[in-house]
Design a protein around this ligand. Structure first.
Ligand code: GUN
Length: 282
């Protein structure tokens, strides 16, 4: 058996195409704030601007020096909150070391109406209630849901094992899947006897940030594998999943790159359109 390749590139290009008329009608604007020169962040931001260009959305890059102070960053956030021309904005993470501890405070400072990353407590809290309240859901989890929907992979009643418990992927995707009637187990890299649990997964979502952490002996035949990891190694970009050995026994699997990554970007664009719609209707 050979797995269906869950191409985020293909799904995102179809979804972006569908967003073009709304972008043309609503004319939203996205601002990306970057502090410093983290190469991975620069590459993600480039992809975000490319998607803006594809759908015809206005965008702006606020690129701040590495040694930007917390006070200066907060003042820029305040200006963006109060700028009526800005629909939504994100502060690209991770922040430089001297600001790492401030990340929760930074996320909290973003106006929930403009929080197109969906990282703030207000949008996370609404998402917690039910899927009907996912107005601005976090981009990677909502990209994973969109990818499963695009390939018509049902989640209801399935045992979904998530490896990784981060605030931006593991925890919110668990909630979104529970709200879609999946049976969800959340593990992390320190879970005892991890393989015993991952082997039970109908759908396995891995977001631990360790290259090839999930090996063939940890999955069952026919599993659907969603690999969120993007790990820079001497051999190039690698996922959290050992694609080569697992692909022959999986029923479907995401590639890295070209799987979850493009879906995250597409969800961000979709959130920007939704934010503008809600701002107009308010
Ligand atoms: N760093 C890695 N992924 C993301 C994301 O989706 N949003 C932001 N702001 N930073 C990130």
């Amino acid at each position: 058996m050979s797995a269906i390749l869950l191409s985020g590139k293909e799904a995102s290009s179809a979804l972006l195409e569908g967003l073009k008329p709304e972008v043309a009608k609503l004319d939203p604007k996205l601002v990306v704030v970057q502090v410093g020169e983290d190469p991975a962040s620069s590459s993600y931001i480039k992809q975000k601007f490319k998607a803006c260009e594809t759908v015809g959305m206005r965008s702006e890059h606020k690129h701040l020096p590495e040694d930007t102070s917390f006070e200066d960053l907060m003042s820029i956030i305040d200006n963006l909150n109060n700028d009526d021309d800005v629909t939504g904005f994100i502060v690209q993470l991770p922040l430089p070391k001297h600001l790492t501890d401030k990340e929760p405070e930074v996320n909290r400072a973003i106006d929930p109406k403009k929080d197109v990353d969906g990282f703030g407590a207000y949008n996370l809290g609404k998402m917690f209630l039910s899927k009907d309240y996912e107005d601005l859901p976090p981009a990677t989890p909502s990209g994973i849901i969109a990818l499963l929907e695009y390939y018509k992979i049902p989640v209801e009643g399935k045992h979904i094992v998530i490896v990784g418990r981060s605030n931006i992927v593991g925890k919110p995707i668990a909630v979104m899947l529970i709200n879609r009637s999946a049976t969800v187990t959340v593990c992390n890299s320190r879970t005892k006897d991890l393989a015993k649990i991952t082997k039970q997964a109908d759908i396995l979502i891995c977001a631990v940030g360790k290259a090839h952490f999930i090996t063939k002996d940890m999955v069952k035949d026919g599993v659907v594998v969603i690999d969120v990891g993007v790990n820079r190694t001497d051999d190039g970009l690698k996922g959290d999943v050992d694609f080569k050995s697992i692909e022959p026994i999986a029923s479907a699997i995401t590639p890295v790159p070209g799987g979850v990554g493009p879906m995250t970007v597409t969800s961000l664009i979709r959130n920007c359109v939704r934010a503008k719609e809600r701002q107009i209707n308010n």
